[in-house]
Design a protein around this ligand. Structure first.
Ligand code: MIC
Ligand code: SF4
Length: 640
C-alpha cells in the first residue's frame, strides 16, 4: 500500500478505497481561519452541538487583520465566543498563518485533518492526510467527526538527485506545476517519495504540499521520517513522532519523476501558478514590489535565508520589500538572533504575522505594478490591483531581486546560508486560548447576517445564462477578496454585489434582473480558494446550476452543499450555449433522483445538450433537500 491509502484505510468508516467512490473517514483534527470561519461557525451553531467531536479543533485568526472598521474584530470576537462554547482552541490575531501554526503546534504523523482553507494540505508534510474543504463541510466535520469525499487516486512523484544550491522547495513545486498544470491534481493525492524527498526538511516539504492546492490536488503527502522527528523535536513535541512510509512494493495510479539536480530557479508568470518559466529567461525584468511571506514560504529557515542575504545590503530605491514571518514564534526567534534587525536595516518593511498581501489585505501594488511574491497564487486582481502583474518565486530569488531592483537569479556565493541554526523553537503559548464553557454566550456583531439557504430541485428549472466564462475560473474571480470585501464574509447579501466584478462588472445587475439563472464555465471551474461564498453568493442570486466542462473539487462540493447543480458537459457542447440564452433543465428532479443524464434545452437555439452530475447517494440527497444545512435541519441531524 502507498502511504496515503495506509492512513485512509486506518480511518475509513464507509466506502472502499477505490478511486471515484465516496468514502467516509474519521477526523482527528479540524482547522478554520477567520475569512471562512465566521460562516463555518454560524453553520456549526445551527447544528446545536455541545463539544466538538474531534481530538483537536483550532480556530485561527490570520486573514482579516486590517480592522479598518468594526466588522473584522466583531468576527474575531464571534469566533472566540463560539470556540469557547464548543471547546475549540482559539489562536489570537498576530499569532501567525493557520497552516504554519498548525504545522508547528498540532500536526501529527498518521492523523487526519480538514480545514476551511484550500492550503490545509500544508500539513501533509508531517505525514498526515490534510484536506481543504468548504466551511460547511468543516462545521459538519467538527460536529460529527466524519468527512466524506470522493476517494482520490494516488500519483507518486519520485524526487531523485540533490537540488543545486540556489534551487529551493518552491522551484520543486513550480516544476511539478509546469508538468501537471493547475488541474493536473484534481481528485488525486500527490505522494512524494525517493531520495530527493528524504533529503528535504519538513518546512521544505510543507512548501511543496502547500502548493499542491494549486494543482487542484485533494492533498499531498510526504513520509514521516528522521526529518519529521527533527522538526517535532525542535518544536518540543518529539513524543508525537511515529515513522510512516509506503510499503516497498506500494502501488500507485500514476508515477512521475523529477531529477532535482536538473532544476534551476523558476518563476510563475501572471496570472496563473502554472505559467512557469526559468528565472533566467526573465533576468533583468524591472520590479516595483517584493513580498516575502504567506503560508507557502514564511518558515524560520526561509526567513533566515532571506535575512542572511539582506544583511549588510540595501533594498533597491525603487522597490518596496515587505516581509511577513509565518508565526509569532518565528518572529520572536528572528528578533532574538538578530535576523530581524538585518532585514529592517536593509530597508524591508516588516508586517505582522498573517496572510496580509497574499489575500489583498494591504500592500496592493501600484497601477500596472510588477510584484514578485513568494505566495502561492497570482490570479488576476488578487493582489488588490487589477492591472498589476504578480510573479511567484522562491524567497531567495525574491530577496536577491529586491536588492538588485530587477528579477534575477545571479547570486553571489556569500549570499548562501549553508547552516540554518537547528535550535529549539521559542513557543508562544499566550497566543492560544484553550477554554471550554458550554454556557458561553455567542457574541454577534451587526455585520454578521444569517446563512442563506439553498432551494429544492424542482421538475423543471429554467432561466437565463447570466454569465459565460472561460477555463480555470477561480473562486477569486467568483467572489473577489481584498481589504474592502473581506470584512463582508459574514454578510452574503453585501458580498453578492461584487460577484464576478473583476470579470464582468454587470453580472450582479443581470443576475438580479434575470431572477433565476445559470452560469456556464469551461475546464476546472472554481479552482483555488475553498471559500464557500463562491457558492453561497450565486445561491443567494438564484443561480440554480453551473454548467461547466469540469469542476475543481472543493468548489463542486460547495455548490452541492448549497443546492446548486454542478452540470458537466462535453468540451464540444460548450460552444452550444451563449450568454443571454434562455435554457431549461428538463425533468431535473427525476434526473437527479434516478442518476440520469440531465437534458438541457437551449430555448434560444432549440438545441438540446446532455449533462452529467456523477452524484454520490449523499450528494443526491443534499440536492433534493436544497443543500446540506436544509438536509440537516429537516432530518433533525439524522443525515449529515
Ligand atoms: C486563499 O488563499 O485564497 C484563502 C483566502 O486562504 C482561501 C480562503 C478564503 O477565501 O477565505 C483559501 O485558500 O481557501
Ligand atoms: Fe493566507 Fe495566502 Fe495562505 Fe491563503 S494562501 S492561507 S491567504 S497566506
Amino acid at each position: 500500500m502507498n502511504l496515503a491509502y495506509k492512513i485512509l484505510a486506518s480511518k475509513l468508516v464507509s466506502g472502499e478505497l477505490v478511486p471515484g467512490q465516496e468514502i467516509g473517514i474519521r477526523l482527528d483534527q479540524t482547522l478554520t481561519q477567520d475569512s471562512t470561519g465566521t460562516m463555518a461557525y454560524l453553520q456549526l451553531e445551527a447544528m446545536g452541538i455541545d463539544h466538538v467531536a474531534v481530538e483537536k479543533a483550532v480556530a485561527y485568526i490570520d486573514h482579516n487583520m486590517l480592522q479598518t472598521g468594526f466588522e473584522n474584530m466583531d468576527d474575531h470576537e464571534f469566533i472566540r465566543s463560539v470556540a469557547k462554547k464548543h471547546g475549540i482552541v482559539f489562536s489570537k490575531p498576530g499569532n501567525g498563518v493557520c497552516h504554519q501554526l498548525h504545522l508547528e503546534n498540532f500536526a501529527k504523523p498518521g492523523k487526519t485533518l480538514i480545514g476551511s482553507d484550500s492550503h490545509t494540505p500544508t500539513c501533509g508534510a508531517m505525514g498526515m492526510i490534510a484536506i481543504g474543504a468548504g466551511g460547511l463541510d468543516v462545521a459538519v466535520g467538527m460536529a460529527s467527526g466524519i468527512y466524506y469525499l470522493s476517494c482520490p487516486s494516488v500519483l507518486q512523484v519520485v524526487l531523485k538527485g540533490e537540488k543545486p544550491t540556489w534551487v529551493s522547495a518552491k522551484d520543486i513545486i513550480l516544476a511539478v506545476l509546469r508538468k501537471l498544470s493547475v488541474k493536473g491534481g484534481v481528485n488525486k493525492i500527490i505522494e512524494y517519495t525517493g531520495t530527493g524527498a528524504a533529503s528535504l526538511s519538513l518546512t521544505e516539504r510543507a512548501t511543496i504540499c502547500n502548493m499542491g492546492a494549486e494543482l487542484g490536488a485533494t492533498t499531498s503527502i510526504f513520509p514521516s521520517d528522521e526529518r519529521t522527528y527533527e522538526y517535532l523535536y525542535l518544536q518540543g513535541r518529539a513524543e508525537d513522532y511515529i515513522e510512516l512510509k509506503a510499503d516497498d512494493d506500494a502501488v500507485y495510479d500514476e508515477i512521475i519523476e523529477i531529477d532535482l539536480s536538473k532544476l534551476v530557479p523558476l518563476v510563475a508568470q501572471p496570472h496563473s501558478p502554472d505559467a512557469v518559466c526559468e528565472v533566467g529567461q526573465l533576468e533583468g525584468m524591472s520590479i516595483d514590489q517584493v513580498v516575502i511571506g504567506s503560508c507557502t514560504n514564511s518558515s524560520f529557515s526561509d526567513m533566515m535565508k532571506v535575512a542572511h542575504l539582506l544583511k549588510g545590503r540595501k533594498v533597491a530605491d525603487h522597490v518596496s520589500l515587505v516581509i511577513a514571518p509565518g508565526s509569532s514564534s518565528i518572529l520572536a526567534m528572528l528578533a532574538e538572533n538578530g535576523a530581524l534587525a538585518a532585514m529592517i536595516q536593509s530597508g524591508a518593511r516588516i508586517l505582522e504575522c498573517g496572510c496580509g498581501p497574499c489575500i489583498g489585505m494591504g500592500q496592493a501594488p501600484k497601477s500596472k505594478g510588477v510584484s514578485l511574491r513568494t505566495i502561492n497564487r497570482n490570479f488576476k486582481g488578487r493582489s488588490g490591483t487589477n492591472d498589476a502583474n504578480v510573479y511567484l518565486v522562491s524567497p531567495e530569488v525574491a530577496a536577491l531581486s529586491a536588492v538588485k531592483g530587477y528579477l534575477s537569479d545571479q547570486f553571489d556565493e556569500d549570499m548562501y546560508l549553508a547552516d540554518i541554526p537547528n535550535i529549539p523553537y521559542i513557543k508562544n503559548p499566550h497566543f492560544f486560548i484553550n477554554e471550554y464553557d458550554q454556557k458561553q454566550e455567542v457574541i454577534m456583531g451587526p455585520n454578521i447576517k444569517p446563512v442563506p439557504r439553498g432551494q429544492k430541485i424542482t421538475d423543471v428549472i429554467s432561466g437565463e445564462v447570466v454569465l459565460k466564462v472561460e477555463d480555470n475560473i477561480s473562486t477569486d474571480h467568483i467572489v473577489p477578496s481584498d481589504s474592502k470585501l473581506l470584512p463582508y464574509r459574514s454578510n452574503v447579501e453585501h458580498l453578492a454585489k461584487f460577484a464576478f466584478s473583476k470579470v464582468d462588472s454587470e453580472f450582479y445587475d443581470r443576475a438580479i434582473h434575470a431572477k433565476q439563472g445559470f452560469i456556464v464555465g469551461g475546464d476546472n471551474y472554481g479552482q483555488g480558494s475553498s471559500r464557500e461564498h463562491a457558492a453561497l453568493v450565486p445561491s443567494y442570486l438564484n443561480i440554480r446550476g453551473v454548467i461547466a466542462v469540469s469542476f475543481a473539487r472543493i468548489h463542486r462540493s460547495n455548490l452541492i452543499n448549497n443546492g446548486i447543480l454542478p452540470l458537466v458537459i462535453n468540451k464540444e457542447d460548450y460552444a452550444l450555449i451563449s450568454q443571454g440564452d434562455q435554457i431549461e433543465l428538463i425533468d431535473a428532479k427525476g434526473s437527479v433522483d434516478e442518476d440520469r443524464e440531465v437534458t438541457i434545452l437551449n430555448k434560444t437555439t432549440s438545441k438540446t445538450i446532455k449533462a452529467t452530475l456523477n452524484l454520490s447517494q449523499r450528494e443526491k440527497q443534499m440536492l433534493l433537500y436544497g443543500g446540506l444545512l436544509n438536509m440537516i435541519k429537516e432530518t433533525g441531524g439524522q443525515k449529515i
